[in-house]
Write a protein that binds this ligand. Sequence first.
Ligand code: ZN
Length: 269
Amino acid sequence: MSVVQRKAMLKAEGFFPHKKNGKGTTIIYSRKHPTAKFVRVVVDSGIDSKTNKIGMVRGGKVGVKLCYVNRQKQWREITTEVFTTNTGLVKTIRAQEAAEKFVKTCKHCKAKKFKAKSGNVVCANACWTAWGNKKKNATTKKTAQKKPQKIAAKKSQKKAPNIMVGRVEKSKRKKTAEKIFTAEILPGDLVTVEEIEGEKVTKNFTGKILGIVKSVKDNAVDVDWTANTSTLEEWCLPRWKTVVVPKNSMITDYRFKVLSREVKYTIVT
Ligand SMILES: [Zn+2]
């Protein structure tokens, strides 16, 4: 199979080589899908970028798939990569282009859906987390204007689940009747969610909810939630590394559980 021929075919099809391949050493090519917005046809040429020869991985075949470029400019694979030879290349490109209309669309933001690492098919924009962030920012700003940040954070944490609202008023009067726990959560951590009742963990959402910590600023943890197949609504997902537990309370709350390292909650007050 000729490298020259393969490159010529890709050029004739309007593909451009990428400068980088994040996952391997072969040259990746891509171009826009002829009709679908934010969709790119991505070709793994199988040509090694260093030797300029067709490698023997996958029998020297060329891989073709579709990717959706989400709002964060992340490329999400929306079709299964199909491997072919030079002879089948153009036909496979056409077949992948046609497959676009069978890829499910998010009913909320119209983005394509993709299969996350967890195996769940979710919105490429992870738009449910954006709704949560909007709400979070709104509450933080409001409270932060009046109170120091730590208290603002504590209050928002308590406000998140509906069931807690009744107790917030009470704790205003009795500030000492609570325990504050915190965990060291760092950017890049893989996280899921734990349900707690008082100080007791009552549910573990490992395998159902998965996120990657994007940033941690003071007490606020910004997470890219990649999957959520649980019944837990997006506004219940934790946003703070600190958890306030009112004394003798059996109130349900949610906190982070770090999957990529061993992280324990320690008591602050
Ligand atoms: Zn969406």
